[in-house]
Design a protein around this ligand. Structure first.
Ligand SMILES: Cc1cc2nc3c(=O)[nH]c(=O)nc-3n(C[C@H](O)[C@H](O)[C@H](O)COP(=O)(O)OP(=O)(O)OC[C@H]3O[C@@H](n4cnc5c(N)ncnc54)[C@H](O)[C@@H]3O)c2cc1C
Length: 498
């Protein structure tokens, strides 16, 4: 626990924010405060009602940018730590409240779609608009944002931008950083900044990227404008192939990408991972999944290129209907979250993931290195019930690897994090850094990958540190996320070894 730097008591903090928002905007319910002190990194302990705190003083629910500004003015003046939140699907500890008497600023009541501009192909929304609701509205008009993370039914636009999220159709539409046209945010101290919507500009560095991915450590994002695309529901084609060799699967993905095609989905599953989705999947085969989406001519050309790339390696085709029906049910809504909670209560069995990225030339090497190191050095390897990986987002220069691991918990529930999740996460992160990859592809740094953030950025950590110094000098914004904390609870802002 990090001590609060504010001279105000917990009650005084609650009284002050109640003055700002009214009682309807301030939640001090004890159970909800406990739940708000963690995120899905601690989903197992949370479902068993194990919370070690510190617990926030209140969850506050602003309904306007002006209210967010008033809250951040107060928090900055009084040195009260804040943790921004929207959909609450964060997986890496980004929502953990490590400072005593923090405020969780929940933007989910800022849920208005402000403007659908079908002429200039962009839509402007408040931070609390759930992506699924936005997509439902847009698709009625033949439009889409093209963004489709698996958390789409729950995640909201502020959090999706704040984490540099990515969706399943990323090879066609890009990730959120390719979609954001402009945005509005509130800085600590209450200043409102708006990055205007233009198709492109060369007026200095791209300032959108200062805030996309800030994980609530620099500013609170209040409004977002993202691109729109035409939605072509009737032309999409799916392709599936079984390949005996993981490296051959990588070759298929790479060939389609570097030949210049843009499939909407480009995935490769290891046998163990594929078996999670298809109970009859053969354990000596990897699964390649690709889809082509858009105008009919493009779909035909992309589909042909996919078939040709697969023809270059030993493979067995999978019927299109099987891939289509699986893919259409891949997202995680409240129903799956509830089912997972029930399972975690009924059994001692649990699954987590860690995602990293790597150049094409070292993808198969990273996959093998992680598999081998976990199987041979992880002290609780015997408790693993599944260890696999998939590549789900590909680029001109490389791809991501999303490692998945399930285990039987053979320790006290409270110790699960330290005994299993933390060491497994560490192995994957370390192996990715060893092969020159990135330690995090899309879930954000949160609070659990900060030990490696200086190594990740090397000399360029100076740039990241400078942002914190400039925008959040009192370090009130999401302490412990992205920037590691020293023994006094201050953000470490030095380049390692300097
Ligand atoms: C089942 C499941 C599937 C997932 N699938 C994907 C996937 O396919 N792709 C992917 O990229 N991620 C995925 N995630 C991770 C998660 O959904 C994303 O990180 C998402 O962007 C979080 O959005 P949210 O609205 O839930 O944000 P939250 O969980 O509320 O917050 C996430 C982070 O952003 C910060 N934040 C939230 N709102 C704001 C704001 N308005 N201003 C500034 N900072 C803010 C928070 O402090 C926190 O650090 C998945 C998670 C789950 C549980």
């Amino acid at each position: 626990m990090v001590a609060s730097r504010s001279t105000l008591t917990r009650d005084e903090i609650v009284a002050a924010v109640t003055d700002l928002l009214g009682p309807e905007g301030v939640d001090t319910d004890a159970a909800r405060l406990r739940a708000a002190s963690v995120d899905r990194f601690r989903k197992y302990t949370a479902v068993h009602d194990i919370f070690d705190g510190p617990f926030p003083a209140a969850i506050v629910h602003p309904t306007s940018t002006a209210q967010v500004a008033a809250l951040l003015d107060f928090a900055h003046r009084e040195r009260v730590a804040v943790v921004p939140r929207t959909g609450g699907t964060s997986t890496e500890g980004g929502l953990e409240t490590v400072v005593a008497d923090s405020l969780v600023i929940d933007g989910s009541r800022m849920d208005r779609v402000l403007a659908v501009d079908a002429e200039n192909m962009m839509v402007t929304v408040q931070c609390g608009v759930p992506l699924q609701q936005l997509e439902d509205l847009l698709r009625e008009q033949g439009l889409t944002t093209g963004h489709s993370p698996q958390s789409k039914p729950i995640a909201q636009m502020g959090g999706l931008v704040a984490t540099r999220s990515i969706g399943q159709f990323s090879t066609l539409y890009g990730a959120i950083e390719d979609m954001v046209v402009g945005l509005e945010a509130v800085l600590p101290g209450g200043e409102v900044v708006r990055i205007k919507n233009v198709p492109r500009r060369a007026a200095g560095p791209d300032i959108r990227h200062l805030l996309i991915g800030n994980e609530g450590t620099l500013a609170f994002i209040t409004e977002v404008t993202v691109k729109l695309f035409r939605f072509y529901p009737d032309t999409t084609r799916y392709h599936g192939f079984l390949v005996p060799d993981f490296a051959d699967g990588v070759r298929v993905l790479r060939e389609v990408m570097v030949a210049g095609y843009r499939p909407s989905v480009a995935r490769l599953y290891s046998p163990e991972d594929a078996r999670q989705h298809f109970s009859d999947h053969p354990m000596d085969q990897n699964l390649v999944v690709l889809s082509a989406e858009g105008p009919a001519g493009l779909v035909a050309a992309t589909s042909q290129a996919i078939e040709e790339a697969a023809a270059a390696v030993v493979h067995t085709p999978v019927p299109e209907a099987r891939i289509r029906s699986w893919f259409e049910h891949l997202n995680w809504g409240p129903d799956k979250i509830e089912a997972e909670k029930k399972q975690m209560l009924a059994t001692r069995h649990l699954g987590y993931t860690t995602e990293v990225s790597v150049d094409w030339s070292r993808t198969a090497e990273l996959y093998d290195a992680v598999m081998t190191r976990i199987r041979t050095t992880f002290p609780r390897a015997a408790d693993l019930t599944m260890l696999g990986a998939h590549s789900s987002h590909s680029y001109q220069t490389g791809t991501n690897l999303y490692f998945v691991y399930d285990y039987e918990i053979r320790c006290e529930p409270r110790e699960e994090i330290e005994e299993y999740h933390v060491p497994l996460n560490a192995i994957i992160v370390e192996e990715a850094l060893k092969v020159g990859g990135s330690m995090v592809h899309h879930h954000g740094v949160g609070k659990y990958r900060t030990p490696w953030v200086q190594e990740e950025h090397g000399s360029a950590y100076r740039l990241l540190a400078g942002l914190k110094r400039e925008f959040d000098p009192h370090q009130i914004m999401n302490p412990g996320s992205v920037y590691p904390l020293d023994a006094d609870g201050a953000a470490v802002l030095e380049v390692a070894g300097s």
